[in-house]
Every structure is written in structure tokens, then in C-alpha cells.
Design a protein around this ligand. Structure first.
Ligand code: NIG
Ligand code: FE
Length: 408
């Protein structure tokens, strides 16, 4: 019998298995890990038969799948704290964007930053996310809006993954805003995105997916469709910032392209959510942006439940609408703002987030899954959404190896 590299024992486990209700709890559980993979999980009394090179006894602490942040804009230059103050004084996000601020102000700062500067600026944000229990993160481009800077952002995202050891999934957000050079000519930028940027990113293996922002202050359905057609031509799956500020029928548009996910969704119609269910498109709900923009339109949680659309939750970490660097904060907000249950919130940052990224071997504790595991000093997994502030994370493993919690 081959020995395990690590046996974690004396743990209570929230497996988050899809086929087991109520967090999928195993009391007095143990996990045997070999070659970075969960080899065995079950009752601790049955685990002692097998030799293990190392044992970690958790004294009854809880284990969950390590958390996954499936929607971030982690790489950017500068910040937008001054705009935050303007909005508190009454200016709207759309007003600021139309006046050349908003996303375009971050574009100016990002273009002016070197790759090293972008990397150094992103690292503490990544450390903070890791300290909140994250071992997998999606990072979008979208603040370059020229070919060179978009490519630079994606390279920095890949480098962050290499340097930190966490899994980084990259998304080319070519159609995020109309770049200043194309002011009044959004289609001109879509031409460049389709004919130069998507091919360049695809050829260099820098993008795992393509995203777009379908909104009155960004791109319309036809323009998004052109971007998605180009992505498809280059074998890249798509996701969409959809119906965040108005109902642009983005959910149905995303579903029409079998998008991996449609994100935000506050204004999506019931028909849009039904289309997502039929297409297997996950919903990604972003309470940090909802809170920061003082949004009052609730995302369609009831429709997602009714139609069986998986709901992921993410930070949307970005300098404009969601300066947030803790996935647990996103969970806590989703409960309070969207009335999602703590179980839905933990599923939303584990198995449903894995689904939104199509990472089949992550997001659940079961044999055959990668050993991405978090241990917590809590009384029950619902506490992860209940408490604000204190960080109860005690151990974090990526593929069975301990991750250092520098920002804990
Ligand atoms: O997910 N909605 C568009 N994109 C971002 C915001 C980007 C920004 O304001 O810098 C979002 O909310
Ligand atoms: Fe976003």
C-alpha cells in the first residue's frame, strides 16, 4: 500500500460535494493526500491503517475546499480613491465615466506603469486574497486598451501565478471601455481587439478566456458579439459583464455563446436567467460592486435558484467599483445584501466558482480532486459568512503543499 505524503486528521470537513446537502459535512474526518491530490477522505478512525510521511492533527478545526476568486481585475496602476469620495458626494459612476474618469483613469495609470510596477502593486492584493483562503484566482486585463498594455497585463497576471504558486486563470477583457484614441469610434477599437489583440493573446497562450462589458457606457450587443465571434475563432471560451447597471439582455447574449459565466446580472430578466440555465452558463454575483455603487437593484438570486443556475461569488477586486481583497468579505456581503445562505456563499466560492472557471478538479473535498484545502478555527462552516473582520484561517494547502500566509 503506497503511503500518503500527508494525512490531515481530527478535522471536521465541509466537503461541499454537489451530491451531499448541507455543506457535505464529515464529523471526525481525515484526508489522505498523495502527489498533490486527495487520495482518500472519510472517517478518521478508518485512516490510521495507511502509512503517512507526515500527519497534521487539527484538533477538531474545520476544513473546507480552499477558496476560489473567479472574477478579479487584480492588475492595475494607481487607484480611484478620489472618485470614491466624489461618488460619496453624489456623482454617479456613469457621470464620472462619461467625463473621462472611471475605467479610463485607471487605463492612464496602467499604461504609464512598467510590468514590474504592475507586478509589485498587485502582489499585496494577491497576498491579502491568499490570506483570506484563496488558492485559485481569475485575473482580467482591460485597463490597457491597447495591444501592448493588454498583453503586458496578461503577462503580469501569469507572473503572479508563477511567483505565488496559486493557480491564476487569465481573461482578456478587451472590450472594457472605449480607449481615448477611439473616442466616438468604438467599432474601430473592436476591430483592433478582434483582428490584433485576441489573435496575439491566443497565439501566446496568455488568455484562458475572453470577457467584455455589455453596458450603455461600454459596448453594445453587436460589438460584444463580434468580440465573442473572434474569441470562438481562436478557440477561447467567453464570459460577460452583463446587466450590471441596466438590462441590456446580456444574460441571454452570454448564454447564446455558451459563456462560462455571466457576471453582475443585477438587471437580468427571468428569460435571461432561464437562457443561462439552458446553456450551462454560471452566474457570478459581485456584492462588493453592488455595495460600492450603492446599487439597489437585487441580482436575480430567486430566478437562479428556480432555474438551477449555479451561483458563484467573487470579489471583483478593482480600483473603481470594488476595492476588496477578501473572498470571505464577499461571502459575508452576499449573505447580507443578497440574502444568500451561508451554504450558498461557501458553495459560491468553492465548487460553483470552480465551475465558472471550468476547473474540474477544484472546489470540493473528495477523492481525485486536487488537494487545495483550507483549515479554519471556527465552530461551523456558516461562521465563514457570519463573522466580519477576524480571520480564522489556520492552514492553507495548494496541491497538498502548505501556502505561506504572508498577509494574514
Ligand atoms: O466589474 N463593470 C465593469 N468593470 C468593473 C469595474 C471596472 C472599474 O470601474 O474600474 C466591474 O465592476
Ligand atoms: Fe468586473
Amino acid at each position: 500500500m503506497a503511503s500518503w505524503d500527508l494525512l490531515i486528521t481530527d478535522a471536521r470537513i465541509a466537503t461541499m460535494r454537489r451530491d451531499v446537502a448541507g455543506f457535505g459535512i464529515i464529523e471526525n474526518g481525515a484526508i489522505g493526500i498523495r502527489d498533490g491530490v486527495i487520495d482518500w477522505v472519510g472517517d478518521a478512525t478508518e485512516a490510521t491503517q495507511q502509512p503517512a510521511r507526515a500527519t497534521l492533527s487539527l484538533g477538531g478545526q474545520w476544513i473546507t475546499p480552499a477558496l476560489i476568486d473567479c472574477h478579479t481585475h487584480l492588475v492595475f496602476g494607481g487607484d480611484r480613491a478620489a472618485e470614491f469620495e466624489q461618488r460619496l458626494a453624489g456623482a454617479s459612476y456613469e457621470d464620472i465615466a462619461r467625463a473621462g474618469g472611471g475605467i479610463l483613469s485607471t487605463v492612464r495609470a496602467t499604461r504609464a506603469a512598467s510590468a514590474d510596477e504592475l507586478f509589485e502593486a498587485a502582489l499585496p492584493r494577491l497576498d491579502a486574497l491568499i490570506a483570506s483562503g484563496v488558492t485559485t484566482i481569475e485575473i482580467k486585463s482591460g485597463y490597457g486598451l491597447d495591444v501592448d498594455t493588454e498583453i503586458r497585463m496578461l503577462e503580469v497576471a501569469r507572473r503572479l501565478g508563477d511567483a505565488s504558486g496559486v493557480t491564476v486563470v487569465t481573461t482578456l477583457l478587451a472590450a472594457h471601455a472605449v480607449p481615448p484614441e477611439f473616442s466616438g469610434n468604438a467599432d474601430g477599437w473592436i476591430d483592433v481587439a478582434c483582428n490584433e489583440l485576441i489573435p496575439a493573446a491566443a497565439e501566446r497562450g496568455l488568455a484562458d478566456a475572453v470577457d467584455a462589458y455589455c453596458e450603455s457606457i461600454a459596448f453594445d450587443r453587436q460589438q460584444v458579439a463580434r468580440v465573442f465571434d473572434a474569441a470562438r475563432e481562436h478557440g477561447l471560451p467567453v464570459r460577460l459583464h452583463a446587466d450590471q447597471l441596466s438590462d441590456g439582455d446580456g444574460a441571454a447574449l452570454a448564454a447564446g455563446y455558451s459563456a462560462l459565466s455571466a457576471d453582475h446580472l443585477e438587471y437580468s430578466s427571468n428569460a435571461g436567467i432561464k437562457a443561462m440555465a439552458d446553456a450551462g452558463t454560471a452566474a457570478v454575483l459581485l456584492p462588493g460592486a453592488f455595495l460600492t455603487l450603492h446599487e439597489t437593484q437585487q441580482p436575480p438570486v430567486a430566478a437562479c435558484r428556480e432555474h438551477g443556475v449555479p451561483m458563484a461569488i467573487a470579489t471583483d477586486c478593482n480600483p473603481g467599483t470594488s476595492p476588496m481583497t477578501s473572498v470571505r468579505e464577499a461571502m459575508a456581503l452576499a449573505c447580507r445584501l443578497f440574502r444568500m445562505t451561508p451554504e450558498e456563499c461557501l458553495a459560491g466560492t468553492t465548487r460553483e466558482a470552480a465551475l465558472a472557471l471550468r476547473l474540474d478538479d477544484l472546489g470540493m473535498i473528495s477523492a481525485g480532486m486536487r488537494a487545495d484545502i483550507a483549515a479554519w478555527d471556527i465552530e461551523h462552516p456558516r461562521d465563514l459568512s457570519y463573522w466580519l473582520g477576524r480571520n480564522p484561517l489556520t492552514h492553507l494547502f495548494k496541491s497538498g503543499r502548505s501556502v505561506s500566509l504572508t498577509a494574514a
